[in-house]
Write a protein of this length. Structure first.
Length: 412
């Protein structure tokens, strides 16, 4: 990032204004480099910066206050324009003490391009399937863990973040080896899976043996989620960052549907992985044991099943699937410190929709929630689309609390 005007030494550097410039055209996001941003206070120029190759820019400011942030329109490259030409200036950007304030300028046609209804509907459907595939992949582990332990793990979303961030470390971090993201995903998933196993051995198993109540365990999982989240924030920083691979792709046409290739690959790959998970649960002895423990742990143990081993395997597998979901989410969007926390509500909605404790229900619920959330933007503003997931969750609890594939007797 090239700073053109550097603040004086007397200025504090704890407060900054920053952002990322992207040209958004439907589902395509392209970083915009070389654009000048100027920050003013009471008519005086505080600092100027140019966006780097990732579209990132950052300007230190002298302290808390309200600043004017201006995008210099004449520095925009050919073919790139503001979505709203009147929004080249943000006149009231408020910065608090020790805050890194984010300012956003919308470039390109935006999420709603001037395209036909069929093109938009079909594109949103594919995006919904892709998003649903990521939710399904992430929610299976949560559902399995609940099934075998009865624990609603609020730290599960942060395992998604951890998988994405570790893959970034191996793929795009300056201190990493720079592996291709598909190679970097392997150690990332293994590390998240190992972390899930360590959680079970070092924390959850001892707490269960002490007879810790379910509410207390849920509170512990909430605390763990905050620990993971803010450790990642300190280590990774707050700016979203893309992987080195597949960040920018051109649209393709497939049977009249416009999308980017990575969406189709994510959908196909996730379906294969979920199919393998289903076969594992149905066809293998360990999978059968996991389903038996989920149905009745005491009866399974009296039948000779090592319940502790089954729970450990479930934690390892569930965490690994969450890590894989994080990598897919990072490829689809960008890697961010709180990406899993933002996904957590949708994961819960998918699990409840499909049926608590049922892996197949979580798979189905994930796809339904993903498609419903994205398709809802046809009739509601995009900012409110996640409220659809909460609406689905509430309606399902009222109408069919056991979920689509759940058992009323087991839930009751």
């Amino acid at each position: 990032m090239a700073l053109i005007v550097v603040p004086t030494a007397a200025q504090a550097e704890n407060e900054t204004i920053k952002g990322t410039l992207e040209k958004i055209d439907g589902d395509t996001r392209e970083p915009v480099a070389g654009v000048t941003i100027t920050v003013e206070l009471d008519g005086d120029i505080i600092g100027t910066a140019s966006s780097d190759d990732s579209g990132d820019w950052e300007i230190p400011v002298p302290g808390a206050g309200t600043y004017l942030v201006r995008l210099e329109v004449d520095t925009l490259p050919d073919g790139v324009a503001l979505t709203d030409p009147e929004r080249s200036e943000l006149p009231s950007v408020s910065v608090r003490n020790n805050q890194n304030k984010t300012a956003r300028f919308n470039l390109g046609p935006g999420l709603e391009s001037g395209v036909g209804t069929w093109t938009r509907v079909s594109s949103l459907f594919v995006i919904g399937l892709k998003f649903g595939a990521i939710i399904a992949l992430s929610s299976v582990g949560l559902s399995l863990i609940f099934g075998v332990t009865g624990l609603v793990n609020f730290a599960h979303g942060d395992l998604v973040t951890l998988g994405a961030v570790l893959a970034f470390l191996f793929n795009a971090s300056p201190i990493g080896p720079g592996w291709h993201v598909l190679i970097a995903a392997i150690p990332a998933i293994l590390l998240v899976a190992a972390f899930g196993g360590l959680q079970e051995i070092g924390m959850w198993r001892p707490l269960r043996r002490r007879g810790t109540g379910l509410v207390s365990l849920i509170v512990v999982s909430i605390g763990l989620s905050f620990v993971i989240r803010y450790v990642v924030l300190v280590a990774f920083s707050g700016l979203p960052r893309p992987y080195n691979d597949y960040a920018i792709q051109n649209d393709i046409q497939l049977i009249g549907i416009t999308t980017v290739p990575k969406n189709l690959v994510i959908i196909a790959f996730t379906v294969v992985v979920l199919g393998l998970v289903g076969l594992f649960l149905i066809k293998t002895k360990l999978g059968t044991a996991m389903r038996a423990v989920a149905d009745n742990a005491d009866l399974a143990e009296s039948s000779g099943i090592d319940v502790s081993r089954v729970i450990l395997v479930t934690w390892i597998g569930g965490a690994g699937l969450a890590g894989l979901g994080g990598v897919m989410f990072g490829i689809s969007e960008q890697v961010q410190w709180d990406m899993g926390a933002k996904l957590l509500l949708l994961i819960f909605a998918a699990v409840i929709l499909g049926g608590l404790g049922t892996a197949f229900g979580a798979m189905l619920g994930g796809f339904v929630v993903g498609v419903a959330v994205e398709m809802s933007t046809l009739v509601i503003p995009v900012e409110f689309k996640q409220a659809i997931a909460l609406g689905i969750l509430v309606v399902m609890l009222l109408v069919r609390p056991q979920g689509l594939l759940g058992s009323r007797e087991r839930i009751g």
